[in-house]
Design a protein around this ligand. Sequence first.
Ligand code: KE4
Length: 435
Amino acid sequence: MNPQFSHKKSRLLYNQSIRCLPGGVNSPVRAFKAVGEIPVFIGRAKGAYLYDVDGNKYIDYVGSWGPAILGHSHPQVVKKVQAAAVKGLSFGAATELELILARLIKKAFSSIKKLRLVNSGTEATMSAVRLARAYTGKAKIVKFNGCYHGHGDSFLIKAGSGSATFGVPDSAGISPNVVKDTISLPFNNPDEVIKIFKRKGREIAALIVEPVAGNMGLVLPESGFLKTLREVTQHYKALLIFDEVITGFRICFGGAQHIYQITPDITCLGKIVGGGLPIGAYGGKEEIMELISPQGPVYQAGTLSGNPLATTAGIANLKILSQSNKIYKQLNITTKALCEEIKEIAVRRNMSLNLSQLGSMFTLFFSKKKVTNYQEARKCNLKMFARYFRVMLSEGIYLPPSQFETNFVSMAHTKRDVAKTLEAADKALRLLKRK
Ligand code: KE4
């Protein structure tokens, strides 16, 4: 752990948590296994900063894996949630809040004519695939190696994020019957997509993709790739599902589909839409969404779906984001400045690294070559990444604890935070060079 930081209480809590929780955590990537550390236990967060239970302060580039685009505990969001809480934590009944949030989402995503709120990104993608199978009457789905769509059985085939971190391309416990209906292809390889649809198009219900991949590290779609996906799915009457759980409201208000001008049939959202509280959403064309119960035969439900606190936080978050494009411009400027400087340091330190950046997302790949897919991402020097992570942590910089994740910059990150981050990166790369 960090030589200058005490981690006494984190260690104590970890030793107790592992007796109650598998790996001491409630989501695998938080276990810090890929970076050879015990997890830091966080006590509170404010703006761009996390404070662990030992009182150490970190500049945070995880941002709760995406939701904290405005910075942690944004005062306007917190105030709204506090006011909502005294009115009741959950009703299990329809509320106006769900309507307000649904309208805000529809305003941002013209492809979404009707949507359903759920409690996580996983629920959104699972439901979207069930819906696609019902709508098309076909069973197979196509995904991409290194893309992560949550822990639904159909997706844990060569998935990204935590499962890539653990080098467990296929999770245990997945029925062979499920595996046979999932086809996983290399990202950014349109020929493979065309080939598989030529062979199996009649059986393919949907193709699900992170239009900008964030779970093998940040990997951007190469020119024409998304357009091919749209054309092929159209031709073979399969649905195109954009998993924008990360990119929705992150890279711009209208997500990757706005940036790349591709209209999917279904869009999955999460994270920012709930302002940090549990949420997911899926939506698309009216004729597709009307199959969802109680309007149609596709059953999907949730005790806490559209929960008054999550919808309040989401509405507050999206209202601030919708007020001005300046927010996204500022996020881009801050992130670009940070990334350009890190690249400079790497050159100065004669380190061959590859940095991928889009909007307020970036990944520093410990790879000599540009990373365009999962196979290339897995060739990164993971040991070097782990050493880099540990030095940065000891310098008070909290990065995603895996090479196969994306860093997130928030509106709360200041020029001083960027300068401190760069100092730490320079020290970390210097130390790496020495070894
Ligand atoms: P959740 O079920 O974790 O809310 O969302 C699943 C999901 C779906 N789609 C995409 C593109 C996602 O990135 C995610 C979840 N993201 C990971 C981090 N890359 C969550 C972190 C974790 O698993 O602890």
